[in-house]
Design a protein around this ligand. Structure first.
Ligand code: MGP
Ligand code: SAH
Length: 288
């Protein structure tokens, strides 16, 4: 199915710039044509670069390696097990992408209630979106990011994992796309930027330290999208602040994501993503 048909089906505005081509309905205003065309050209260029980079990546691994901090390079298969098939990453993504093992786990949790649409509005180069699409054949993923080149890379990476057919890639700002979504979203996954690797410099990381203000990001997603939210956060997050996001009678499940016994990240689950059985088991065992 063409992206255009899907966008119409999902109630998405068809003038979004996607990594593929611009889409218009006959009655849509074309006043933003120039902006959109420019955006599309940028995206096309980025896709070509990503594809070229992918093709060359086997031959040029040494060249790539020199540009990437060894700490990240050494973890490349942890980020994408199919790295050698030509996975594309930019500098920011090397330290932001969700390690594959964690992304698979989060995806499995998010598909447990058989959602139809999962929205990943900070999709980066696709670490999570790919795994959402692979986690269940009945899931459709809307993956957006403000950065056109990341969208192009995410698309390219999704093709490597053969997950592209169930992901719609859109280049847009979170603050703008949430107001334009007309379709019902069943789950939203939030993985905004934490301000780079320096997030570990403080004992407790506050959501307000994010450039986008993590409290606002949560509140906007809760208000305009769905209460079923998985929020991907630093391991030193202020947990009291997360509890402070809740309305009366709501709860949050905070999960440590470990790799080799080390807590790497945490995921906070809200709404129907909370594992009620696990919470009950925990409550029973701690009260006995
Ligand atoms: P990290 O800072 O590389 O921690 O991030 P690590 O490897 O435990 O550092 P060390 O020095 O203790 O060895 C761990 C993970 O957090 C990354 O793999 C990303 O998945 C995630 N992550 C890190 N940052 C800076 C961001 C970010 O800005 N946004 C998002 N969404 N995820 C991030
Ligand atoms: N989960 C992703 C990584 C996300 S990193 C993965 O595993 O690949 C955070 C992403 O947020 C970056 O790609 C950045 O481009 C994007 N971003 C930053 N500001 C944004 C905004 N205002 N709207 C949408 N995306 C934004």
């Amino acid at each position: 199915m063409e992206d255009y048909d899907l966008m119409v089906k999902l109630g998405l505005p068809t003038a979004f710039s996607t990594s593929k081509r611009p889409f218009y309905t006959d009655d849509e205003s074309t006043q933003d044509d120039d902006d959109t065309d420019e955006h599309i050209e940028e995206s096309k260029l980025a896709i070509n670069c990503a594809i070229k980079e992918g093709k060359k990546s086997k031959k040029n691994n040494n060249k790539r390696r020199r540009k990437v901090k060894s700490k990240y390079w050494n973890q490349r298969y942890r980020l994408f097990s199919l790295f050698d098939k030509g996975i594309s990453l930019d500098q920011e993504s090397w330290y932001s992408v969700t390690p594959e093992e964690i992304a698979i786990h989060i995806a499995q949790r998010c598909v447990q209630n058989n959602p139809l649409i999962i929205f990943d509005p900070f999709c980066g180069v696709g670490g999570n979106s790919i795994q959402f699409a692979l986690a269940s054949k009945s899931v459709f993923v809307i993956a957006s990011d403000i950065c056109p080149s990341k969208i192009a890379m995410a698309k390219h990476n999704a093709e490597i994992y053969q997950a592209q057919d169930r992901i719609l890639f859109i280049c847009d700002d979170f603050n703008s796309i949430i107001h334009r979504m007309k379709c019902k979203v069943d789950v939203v996954f939030l993985s905004p930027p934490w301000g780079g690797p320096n997030y570990l410099n403080q004992d407790k990381y506050s959501l307000t330290m994010m450039d986008l203000d993590g409290i606002n990001v949560y509140k906007m997603a809760r208000k305009y999208l769905t209460p079923n939210i998985a929020y991907f956060l630093p391991r030193n997050i202020d947990r009291d602040e997360l509890n402070g996001l809740l309305e009366p009678d709501e709860s949050v499940e905070i999960e440590n994501n470990r790799i080799n016994d080390k807590v790497k990240t945490i995921t906070a689950y809200f709404g129907n993503l909370i594992d009620v059985d696990a919470q009950k088991e925990f409550a029973d065992s701690s009260s006995s």
